[in-house]
Design a protein around this ligand. Structure first.
Ligand SMILES: Nc1ncnc2c1ncn2[C@@H]1O[C@H](COP(=O)(O)OP(=O)(O)OP(=O)(O)O)[C@@H](O)[C@H]1O
Ligand SMILES: [Mg+2]
Length: 141
């Protein structure tokens, strides 16, 4: 029996961040992981940061349509999120925070809340992924 998998395409607009977060929480819920759990909150925050990056840094000006792809997949106890955008210029870099009120913290959150994350270049753009295992001592409230 195949493991659960969900995929969605979103427009490159800020509103897509909340939609993707809600979609991933619904997916986790269907896998028996309640929205109120720390695990679901951590994963939702990872989704938020990757989606925010996709709709800001990964946006291609002058284009429209559902160009951001997000998938969430369960393989055993490991949950994997992938966010793909079509911007060829620039790649995610784990950076130095830009001082008080500045940016540069999103991927640091992803690094700390996931077990591992990475980037895969695509023909046009890239896929940023993150994985987190349920039940590895990180699923308490
Ligand atoms: N999808 C992406 N496409 C292109 N560049 C990206 C992408 N995601 C991140 N980056 C690059 O990596 C940098 C670090 O990303 P990070 O999310 O840590 O910080 P930020 O987005 O600049 O600020 P913050 O997330 O704190 O609001 C970004 O400033 C950007 O240059
Ligand atoms: Mg960011």
């Amino acid at each position: 029996m195949p493991e659960p998998f969900a995929r969605c395409q979103y427009p490159t607009t800020p509103r897509s961040v909340a939609r993707a977060r809600a979609d991933s929480l619904a997916f986790l819920s269907s896998c028996g992981i309640g929205r109120e759990t720390g695990f679901a909150s951590d994963l939702a925050l990872v989704v938020s940061e990757l989606m925010t990056n996709a709709v800001t840094h990964g946006r291609v000006p002058g284009t429209s349509g559902r160009q951001i792809g997000m998938s969430i997949e369960k393989a055993g106890n490991v949950y994997r999120i992938e966010v793909r955008d079509t911007q060829r210029n620039g790649m995610p870099v784990l950076g130095e925070p830009n001082g008080l009120g500045g940016g540069g913290r999103g991927l640091l959150l992803v690094e700390s809340l996931s077990d591992k994350w990475g980037v895969r270049p695509e023909g046009a753009g890239k896929t940023v992924w993150a994985e987190k295992e349920f039940g590895a001592g990180n699923d308490c409230k």
